[in-house]
Ligand binder design. Sequence first.
Ligand SMILES: [Zn+2]
Length: 320
Amino acid sequence: MAERLPVVLVTGFLGSGKTTLLSRLLGRPELGETAVIVNELGEVGIDHHLLRRVDERTVLLGNGCLCCTLRGDLADELRDLLSRRTRGEIPPFRRVLVETTGLADPAPVLNTLLAEPVVSHHFEPAAVIATVDALNGEGQLEREPETLKQVLVADRLVVTKTDVAEREAVDTLAERLRGLNPAADLLEASFGEADPALLLAPGELDPRLLVLPDTPPHADVEPFVLFIDRPVDWTAFGIWLTMLLASRGADVLRVKGLLDVGAPGPVVLNGVQHVVHPPEHLEAWPDDDRRSRLVFIARGIGKDEVEKSLAAFDAAARRP
Ligand SMILES: [Zn+2]
């Protein structure tokens, strides 16, 4: 039997720093021969634009979640990557990194890798990495069953945002994680930096964890996207977003987007529950669409509500 290609899953709750970690990893020379599958809940993808290495080996699976609605799509994409590689249409790769959605349960994703004959013949699950946010991780472990499941299944637990969190909070979280999953390697990543050799080393797959979930596919979480057709005043927008998150932050699991602030490139916006991270300026737009786009992943908040609130705020801001 031919050598099987390792598949590494990168999980972690919404906004816990999966994309940052992945982006730093892919910048390392030893990660050159890597195919990447990025899964996002919304129909408009933001994360894959931020990986800084989008080539023919990077695949976006949008508008659904790998652990529930897109299981077959993962198998299709892996088979497709393989046949394109065989035909010489894409550069070679020796491993696949899969970035799951923040809500994904890793177990059914691993099941897909093991159950589909062609896929399991050519690929093998190698390790599960879970990012846990030092600022929000404790709360998420309490409230979000997905976070707990990701932590329990992981071979590597990466505590992220240690550069912005208090040392004490990081230590408390690390202790909690060690208690929950003593078998996992525990790493810290400030600014998404972590040792690739340590992260990607093969892990131990615990078959007891590979049970299929009986829960419906994240039914209460509704991703939606807002497009804004003209440049946005960054200061006013920041105030509006801060107010929104202050009042509804527990239900806005994630807001991310690209904003046209009148500069040559967009501002990357990144909000996780009550926290808005410092904006990052990109030098250029990643594609031809120059409209500001904001992806909301929220519970019990509709697009209408957010749109109305933004419009009202915008009108007030324009009044002399
Ligand atoms: Zn899912």
